[in-house]
Design a protein around this ligand. Sequence first.
Ligand SMILES: [Zn+2]
Length: 426
Amino acid sequence: MEMEVSRPLRLRCSIQNYDWGKLGEDSRVARLFSRNSGAEIDPERPYAEFWMGTHESGPSFLARGESGGPDSEPLTLRKWILENPDVLGEKVVERWGSELPFLFKVLSVAKALSIQAHPDKELAGMLHKMRPSIYKDPNQKPEMAIALTDFKALCGFVSIEELKDVLAGVPEIVELVGDEDASKVLNAKEQDGYAEVKPILQSIFTKLMSANKEAVSELVSKLKCRLNVENKIRKLTEKEQLVLLLEQQYPADVGVISAFFFNYVKLSPGEALYIGANEPHAYISGDCIECMATSDNVVRAGLTPKYRDVQTLCSMLTYKQGFPEILRGTPLNHYISRYTPPFDEFEVDCCSLLPQESLVFPALAGPSIFVVVAGEGRMQMGSAVDEATVMEGHVYFVPANGEIGLTAGTAGPLQLYRAGVNSRVL
Ligand SMILES: [Zn+2]
Protein backbone atom coordinates (compact mmCIF):
# COMPACT_ATOMS: atom_id res chain seq x y z
CA MET A 1 0.00 0.00 0.00
CA GLU A 2 1.95 3.00 -1.27
CA MET A 3 0.44 6.31 -0.47
CA GLU A 4 1.29 9.87 -1.29
CA VAL A 5 2.28 11.49 1.99
CA SER A 6 1.42 15.14 1.75
CA ARG A 7 0.52 15.90 5.33
CA PRO A 8 1.54 15.05 8.85
CA LEU A 9 0.00 11.80 10.10
CA ARG A 10 -1.83 11.90 13.38
CA LEU A 11 -0.88 9.14 15.83
CA ARG A 12 -2.72 7.37 18.60
CA CYS A 13 -0.12 6.48 21.19
CA SER A 14 0.34 3.95 23.99
CA ILE A 15 1.00 4.36 27.68
CA GLN A 16 2.69 2.37 30.43
CA ASN A 17 1.07 2.20 33.86
CA TYR A 18 4.24 1.37 35.83
CA ASP A 19 3.67 1.73 39.56
CA TRP A 20 6.07 4.67 39.94
CA GLY A 21 3.86 6.88 37.73
CA LYS A 22 1.76 9.79 38.99
CA LEU A 23 -1.86 8.94 39.74
CA GLY A 24 -4.87 9.91 37.61
CA GLU A 25 -5.27 13.61 36.71
CA ASP A 26 -2.05 14.51 38.54
CA SER A 27 -0.17 12.77 35.78
CA ARG A 28 0.83 14.79 32.73
CA VAL A 29 1.02 11.47 30.91
CA ALA A 30 -2.61 10.68 31.77
CA ARG A 31 -3.81 14.09 30.56
CA LEU A 32 -1.90 13.85 27.29
CA PHE A 33 -3.07 10.28 26.73
CA SER A 34 -6.68 11.16 27.44
CA ARG A 35 -6.56 14.00 24.89
CA ASN A 36 -4.64 11.85 22.45
CA SER A 37 -6.98 8.86 22.52
CA GLY A 38 -10.23 10.04 24.09
CA ALA A 39 -9.73 7.51 26.89
CA GLU A 40 -11.04 8.33 30.35
CA ILE A 41 -8.55 8.83 33.16
CA ASP A 42 -8.82 6.36 36.03
CA PRO A 43 -8.06 8.35 39.22
CA GLU A 44 -6.72 5.24 40.98
CA ARG A 45 -4.23 4.27 38.30
CA PRO A 46 -0.60 5.35 37.88
CA TYR A 47 0.19 6.78 34.44
CA ALA A 48 3.97 6.60 34.05
CA GLU A 49 4.97 6.84 30.38
CA PHE A 50 3.43 8.03 27.10
CA TRP A 51 5.21 6.35 24.16
CA MET A 52 5.46 7.81 20.65
CA GLY A 53 7.17 5.53 18.17
CA THR A 54 7.47 2.00 16.91
CA HIS A 55 8.66 -0.14 19.83
CA GLU A 56 6.59 -3.33 20.12
CA SER A 57 6.09 -2.89 23.87
CA GLY A 58 4.10 0.31 23.30
CA PRO A 59 3.28 0.88 19.65
CA SER A 60 1.78 4.02 18.12
CA PHE A 61 -1.08 3.62 15.64
CA LEU A 62 -2.22 5.77 12.77
CA ALA A 63 -5.24 7.66 14.11
CA ARG A 64 -8.65 6.75 12.75
CA GLY A 65 -9.12 8.12 9.28
CA GLU A 66 -5.39 8.21 8.54
CA SER A 67 -5.10 4.65 7.24
CA GLY A 68 -8.25 4.16 5.22
CA GLY A 69 -11.90 3.68 6.02
CA PRO A 70 -13.32 3.98 9.53
CA ASP A 71 -13.66 0.18 9.86
CA SER A 72 -10.14 -0.76 8.84
CA GLU A 73 -7.87 -2.51 11.35
CA PRO A 74 -5.71 -0.14 13.40
CA LEU A 75 -2.37 0.12 11.62
CA THR A 76 0.82 0.53 13.65
CA LEU A 77 3.26 3.26 12.72
CA ARG A 78 5.92 0.56 12.48
CA LYS A 79 4.00 -1.45 9.90
CA TRP A 80 3.14 1.67 7.96
CA ILE A 81 6.80 2.74 7.85
CA LEU A 82 7.85 -0.75 6.73
CA GLU A 83 5.41 -0.37 3.83
CA ASN A 84 6.51 3.20 3.10
CA PRO A 85 10.23 3.32 4.00
CA ASP A 86 10.71 6.42 1.84
CA VAL A 87 9.17 8.46 4.65
CA LEU A 88 12.38 7.91 6.67
CA GLY A 89 14.59 9.51 4.03
CA GLU A 90 17.53 7.92 2.22
CA LYS A 91 20.19 8.51 4.84
CA VAL A 92 18.15 7.00 7.65
CA VAL A 93 17.25 3.92 5.58
CA GLU A 94 20.92 3.47 4.67
CA ARG A 95 21.94 3.55 8.33
CA TRP A 96 19.02 1.94 10.19
CA GLY A 97 16.98 0.14 7.53
CA SER A 98 13.22 0.57 7.59
CA GLU A 99 13.13 1.21 11.35
CA LEU A 100 12.50 4.48 13.13
CA PRO A 101 15.76 4.92 15.09
CA PHE A 102 14.29 6.80 18.06
CA LEU A 103 11.55 6.41 20.64
CA PHE A 104 9.94 9.56 22.07
CA LYS A 105 8.23 9.65 25.48
CA VAL A 106 6.66 11.79 28.17
CA LEU A 107 7.25 10.65 31.78
CA SER A 108 5.36 11.53 35.00
CA VAL A 109 7.41 10.29 37.93
CA ALA A 110 5.84 10.12 41.42
CA LYS A 111 8.42 7.87 43.03
CA ALA A 112 11.91 6.74 42.15
CA LEU A 113 12.53 4.45 39.19
CA SER A 114 14.96 1.60 39.58
CA ILE A 115 18.70 2.14 39.63
CA GLN A 116 19.57 1.08 36.14
CA ALA A 117 21.89 1.26 33.20
CA HIS A 118 21.36 0.55 29.52
CA PRO A 119 23.71 -1.77 27.65
CA ASP A 120 25.80 -0.71 24.67
CA LYS A 121 25.08 -2.31 21.29
CA GLU A 122 27.40 -5.29 21.81
CA LEU A 123 26.15 -6.17 25.30
CA ALA A 124 22.52 -5.60 24.26
CA GLY A 125 22.93 -8.14 21.46
CA MET A 126 24.36 -10.68 23.90
CA LEU A 127 21.74 -10.11 26.60
CA HIS A 128 18.92 -10.34 24.07
CA LYS A 129 20.27 -13.64 22.79
CA MET A 130 20.73 -15.11 26.27
CA ARG A 131 17.57 -13.82 27.95
CA PRO A 132 15.08 -12.59 25.33
CA SER A 133 12.21 -12.57 27.83
CA ILE A 134 13.98 -9.88 29.90
CA TYR A 135 16.06 -8.08 27.27
CA LYS A 136 13.51 -7.75 24.52
CA ASP A 137 15.53 -6.20 21.72
CA PRO A 138 19.18 -6.21 20.63
CA ASN A 139 19.56 -2.42 20.68
CA GLN A 140 21.51 0.07 22.74
CA LYS A 141 19.47 2.73 24.51
CA PRO A 142 21.17 6.06 25.03
CA GLU A 143 18.60 8.49 26.42
CA MET A 144 17.95 12.16 27.18
CA ALA A 145 15.44 13.72 29.59
CA ILE A 146 14.25 17.34 29.25
CA ALA A 147 12.57 18.64 32.40
CA LEU A 148 8.97 19.86 32.04
CA THR A 149 8.74 20.51 35.81
CA ASP A 150 11.43 20.49 38.48
CA PHE A 151 13.00 17.11 37.85
CA LYS A 152 15.29 15.08 40.09
CA ALA A 153 17.56 12.21 39.22
CA LEU A 154 20.60 10.26 40.32
CA CYS A 155 23.17 9.98 37.56
CA GLY A 156 26.75 8.73 37.33
CA PHE A 157 29.26 8.23 40.14
CA VAL A 158 30.39 11.10 42.35
CA SER A 159 34.03 12.21 42.22
CA ILE A 160 36.63 10.43 44.34
CA GLU A 161 36.77 13.43 46.74
CA GLU A 162 33.02 13.20 47.31
CA LEU A 163 33.25 9.46 47.74
CA LYS A 164 35.84 9.95 50.48
CA ASP A 165 33.41 12.29 52.26
CA VAL A 166 30.69 9.65 51.88
CA LEU A 167 32.81 6.94 53.50
CA ALA A 168 33.85 9.31 56.28
CA GLY A 169 30.25 10.35 56.93
CA VAL A 170 28.30 7.13 56.38
CA PRO A 171 29.71 4.43 58.69
CA GLU A 172 27.01 1.99 57.55
CA ILE A 173 28.65 1.71 54.12
CA VAL A 174 32.05 0.94 55.62
CA GLU A 175 30.41 -1.67 57.82
CA LEU A 176 28.95 -3.35 54.74
CA VAL A 177 31.93 -3.21 52.38
CA GLY A 178 34.68 -3.71 54.96
CA ASP A 179 37.68 -1.64 56.05
CA GLU A 180 40.00 -2.86 53.32
CA ASP A 181 37.97 -1.52 50.39
CA ALA A 182 37.09 1.60 52.33
CA SER A 183 40.73 2.40 53.01
CA LYS A 184 41.59 1.94 49.32
CA VAL A 185 39.11 4.70 48.52
CA LEU A 186 40.36 6.88 51.37
CA ASN A 187 43.96 6.44 50.18
CA ALA A 188 43.20 7.22 46.54
CA LYS A 189 44.89 10.43 45.47
CA GLU A 190 43.27 13.28 43.62
CA GLN A 191 45.75 12.92 40.77
CA ASP A 192 45.02 9.19 40.38
CA GLY A 193 43.61 8.57 36.92
CA TYR A 194 40.59 6.61 35.75
CA ALA A 195 42.66 3.42 35.43
CA GLU A 196 43.69 3.52 39.10
CA VAL A 197 40.32 4.49 40.52
CA LYS A 198 38.03 2.32 38.39
CA PRO A 199 38.93 -1.06 40.00
CA ILE A 200 38.58 0.41 43.50
CA LEU A 201 35.19 1.92 42.77
CA GLN A 202 34.01 -1.20 40.95
CA SER A 203 35.04 -3.44 43.82
CA ILE A 204 33.37 -1.37 46.55
CA PHE A 205 30.20 -0.80 44.53
CA THR A 206 29.89 -4.46 43.57
CA LYS A 207 30.33 -5.51 47.19
CA LEU A 208 27.60 -3.12 48.26
CA MET A 209 25.16 -4.13 45.55
CA SER A 210 25.66 -7.86 46.06
CA ALA A 211 25.46 -7.83 49.87
CA ASN A 212 22.87 -10.23 51.24
CA LYS A 213 19.32 -9.08 51.91
CA GLU A 214 19.41 -9.36 55.69
CA ALA A 215 22.63 -7.38 56.03
CA VAL A 216 21.26 -4.66 53.72
CA SER A 217 17.94 -4.48 55.51
CA GLU A 218 19.66 -4.17 58.89
CA LEU A 219 22.02 -1.46 57.69
CA VAL A 220 19.28 0.55 56.00
CA SER A 221 17.30 0.62 59.22
CA LYS A 222 20.44 1.59 61.17
CA LEU A 223 21.10 4.37 58.69
CA LYS A 224 17.53 5.58 58.92
CA CYS A 225 17.59 5.67 62.74
CA ARG A 226 20.89 7.55 62.80
CA LEU A 227 19.70 10.16 60.29
CA ASN A 228 16.43 10.66 62.15
CA VAL A 229 18.35 11.30 65.37
CA GLU A 230 20.87 13.63 63.70
CA ASN A 231 18.04 15.48 62.02
CA LYS A 232 17.18 16.88 65.45
CA ILE A 233 20.59 18.42 66.00
CA ARG A 234 21.70 19.45 62.49
CA LYS A 235 20.29 20.08 59.06
CA LEU A 236 20.64 16.94 56.97
CA THR A 237 22.39 17.27 53.61
CA GLU A 238 20.24 17.10 50.48
CA LYS A 239 21.60 13.63 49.78
CA GLU A 240 20.71 12.45 53.29
CA GLN A 241 17.18 13.84 52.89
CA LEU A 242 16.92 12.01 49.59
CA VAL A 243 18.09 8.78 51.20
CA LEU A 244 15.31 9.05 53.80
CA LEU A 245 12.77 9.63 51.04
CA LEU A 246 14.02 6.60 49.09
CA GLU A 247 13.80 4.50 52.26
CA GLN A 248 10.10 5.39 52.58
CA GLN A 249 9.53 4.39 48.94
CA TYR A 250 11.67 1.24 48.93
CA PRO A 251 12.23 0.08 52.54
CA ALA A 252 15.23 -2.18 53.11
CA ASP A 253 16.41 -1.79 49.50
CA VAL A 254 20.13 -1.61 48.71
CA GLY A 255 19.33 1.28 46.36
CA VAL A 256 18.75 3.48 49.42
CA ILE A 257 22.42 3.16 50.42
CA SER A 258 23.82 3.17 46.90
CA ALA A 259 22.30 6.62 46.34
CA PHE A 260 25.34 7.96 48.21
CA PHE A 261 27.53 6.84 45.29
CA PHE A 262 25.69 8.82 42.63
CA ASN A 263 25.43 12.49 41.63
CA TYR A 264 22.17 14.09 42.74
CA VAL A 265 20.95 16.07 39.73
CA LYS A 266 18.19 18.67 40.06
CA LEU A 267 16.92 20.02 36.75
CA SER A 268 14.77 23.12 36.34
CA PRO A 269 12.19 23.17 33.53
CA GLY A 270 14.03 23.43 30.20
CA GLU A 271 17.22 21.77 31.45
CA ALA A 272 18.19 18.36 30.15
CA LEU A 273 20.33 15.40 31.08
CA TYR A 274 21.64 12.74 28.71
CA ILE A 275 22.79 9.25 29.61
CA GLY A 276 25.15 7.16 27.53
CA ALA A 277 25.52 3.39 27.51
CA ASN A 278 26.57 1.70 30.75
CA GLU A 279 26.03 4.76 32.98
CA PRO A 280 24.06 4.19 36.21
CA HIS A 281 21.03 6.40 36.85
CA ALA A 282 17.62 6.60 38.48
CA TYR A 283 14.93 9.20 37.90
CA ILE A 284 13.40 10.33 41.20
CA SER A 285 10.55 12.74 40.60
CA GLY A 286 8.96 15.18 38.15
CA ASP A 287 7.69 15.28 34.57
CA CYS A 288 9.97 15.15 31.55
CA ILE A 289 10.17 14.70 27.82
CA GLU A 290 12.37 11.75 27.06
CA CYS A 291 13.98 10.55 23.87
CA MET A 292 16.06 7.46 23.30
CA ALA A 293 17.15 4.95 20.71
CA THR A 294 14.33 2.49 19.92
CA SER A 295 14.96 0.01 22.70
CA ASP A 296 13.61 -1.04 26.08
CA ASN A 297 16.74 -2.72 27.44
CA VAL A 298 17.14 -1.95 31.12
CA VAL A 299 19.54 -3.66 33.51
CA ARG A 300 18.21 -3.03 37.04
CA ALA A 301 19.84 -3.44 40.42
CA GLY A 302 17.92 -1.54 43.07
CA LEU A 303 14.81 0.48 43.99
CA THR A 304 12.56 -1.92 42.12
CA PRO A 305 10.23 -4.86 42.59
CA LYS A 306 11.25 -5.99 39.08
CA TYR A 307 13.96 -8.48 38.12
CA ARG A 308 17.43 -7.47 39.33
CA ASP A 309 20.56 -8.34 37.43
CA VAL A 310 23.19 -7.12 39.88
CA GLN A 311 26.07 -9.04 38.35
CA THR A 312 25.44 -7.73 34.85
CA LEU A 313 24.96 -4.20 36.12
CA CYS A 314 28.11 -4.12 38.22
CA SER A 315 30.27 -5.55 35.45
CA MET A 316 28.88 -3.40 32.61
CA LEU A 317 29.26 0.05 34.20
CA THR A 318 32.00 2.39 32.97
CA TYR A 319 32.65 3.73 36.51
CA LYS A 320 33.32 7.16 35.09
CA GLN A 321 33.14 9.75 37.84
CA GLY A 322 32.00 13.35 38.04
CA PHE A 323 28.91 15.47 37.51
CA PRO A 324 27.05 14.96 34.21
CA GLU A 325 26.76 17.67 31.56
CA ILE A 326 23.49 19.63 31.72
CA LEU A 327 22.02 20.83 28.40
CA ARG A 328 19.95 24.00 28.23
CA GLY A 329 19.03 23.94 24.56
CA THR A 330 20.64 25.96 21.77
CA PRO A 331 18.30 28.59 20.29
CA LEU A 332 17.80 28.02 16.54
CA ASN A 333 15.65 31.12 16.33
CA HIS A 334 13.23 33.08 18.48
CA TYR A 335 10.89 30.09 18.84
CA ILE A 336 12.93 26.90 18.79
CA SER A 337 15.61 25.51 21.13
CA ARG A 338 17.50 22.40 20.13
CA TYR A 339 18.82 19.73 22.52
CA THR A 340 21.63 17.78 20.89
CA PRO A 341 22.99 14.80 22.80
CA PRO A 342 26.16 13.05 21.57
CA PHE A 343 24.13 10.21 20.03
CA ASP A 344 23.29 9.72 16.35
CA GLU A 345 19.77 8.37 16.86
CA PHE A 346 18.04 11.54 18.05
CA GLU A 347 17.81 15.21 18.94
CA VAL A 348 14.86 17.15 20.36
CA ASP A 349 13.54 20.64 19.57
CA CYS A 350 11.39 22.59 22.01
CA CYS A 351 9.10 25.09 20.31
CA SER A 352 6.97 27.83 21.91
CA LEU A 353 4.69 30.22 20.03
CA LEU A 354 2.65 33.07 21.50
CA PRO A 355 -0.99 33.43 20.34
CA GLN A 356 -1.19 33.92 16.56
CA GLU A 357 2.56 33.72 16.01
CA SER A 358 3.70 31.58 13.07
CA LEU A 359 6.81 29.62 12.30
CA VAL A 360 8.21 27.30 9.66
CA PHE A 361 10.18 24.17 10.59
CA PRO A 362 12.50 23.77 7.59
CA ALA A 363 12.43 20.38 5.85
CA LEU A 364 14.83 17.80 7.28
CA ALA A 365 16.34 14.76 5.58
CA GLY A 366 14.95 12.49 8.34
CA PRO A 367 11.58 11.76 9.98
CA SER A 368 10.16 13.67 12.96
CA ILE A 369 7.55 13.14 15.64
CA PHE A 370 5.80 16.21 17.06
CA VAL A 371 3.90 16.25 20.36
CA VAL A 372 1.79 19.22 21.46
CA VAL A 373 2.07 19.64 25.23
CA ALA A 374 0.09 22.90 25.62
CA GLY A 375 -2.23 25.19 23.66
CA GLU A 376 -3.72 24.79 20.20
CA GLY A 377 -3.14 26.01 16.68
CA ARG A 378 -2.82 24.92 13.06
CA MET A 379 -0.25 22.80 11.25
CA GLN A 380 0.43 22.49 7.56
CA MET A 381 2.96 20.58 5.50
CA GLY A 382 4.67 22.27 2.55
CA SER A 383 2.33 24.17 0.31
CA ALA A 384 -0.55 21.73 0.89
CA VAL A 385 -3.91 23.41 1.24
CA ASP A 386 -4.87 20.92 3.92
CA GLU A 387 -4.44 22.38 7.37
CA ALA A 388 -4.71 20.31 10.52
CA THR A 389 -5.90 21.68 13.82
CA VAL A 390 -3.40 20.75 16.50
CA MET A 391 -4.02 20.74 20.23
CA GLU A 392 -2.61 19.46 23.48
CA GLY A 393 -2.15 15.69 23.33
CA HIS A 394 -1.92 15.56 19.53
CA VAL A 395 1.02 13.63 18.14
CA TYR A 396 2.12 13.76 14.49
CA PHE A 397 4.55 11.80 12.39
CA VAL A 398 6.19 14.01 9.76
CA PRO A 399 8.02 12.28 6.90
CA ALA A 400 11.52 13.22 5.77
CA ASN A 401 11.70 16.34 3.62
CA GLY A 402 8.39 17.65 4.94
CA GLU A 403 8.40 21.36 5.73
CA ILE A 404 6.04 22.19 8.57
CA GLY A 405 4.22 25.46 9.09
CA LEU A 406 2.73 26.16 12.53
CA THR A 407 0.45 28.93 13.72
CA ALA A 408 -0.65 29.29 17.34
CA GLY A 409 -4.35 29.82 18.05
CA THR A 410 -5.76 32.84 19.85
CA ALA A 411 -6.30 31.27 23.27
CA GLY A 412 -2.78 30.89 24.65
CA PRO A 413 0.76 29.90 23.85
CA LEU A 414 1.35 26.77 21.78
CA GLN A 415 4.11 24.54 23.07
CA LEU A 416 5.40 21.45 21.34
CA TYR A 417 8.41 19.19 21.11
CA ARG A 418 9.90 17.58 18.03
CA ALA A 419 12.05 14.49 18.09
CA GLY A 420 14.11 13.62 15.04
CA VAL A 421 17.30 11.86 14.02
CA ASN A 422 20.37 13.85 15.10
CA SER A 423 21.01 16.45 12.35
CA ARG A 424 24.72 15.64 12.45
CA VAL A 425 24.03 12.39 10.56
CA LEU A 426 21.56 13.86 8.06
ZN1 LIG B 1 17.18 4.87 31.82
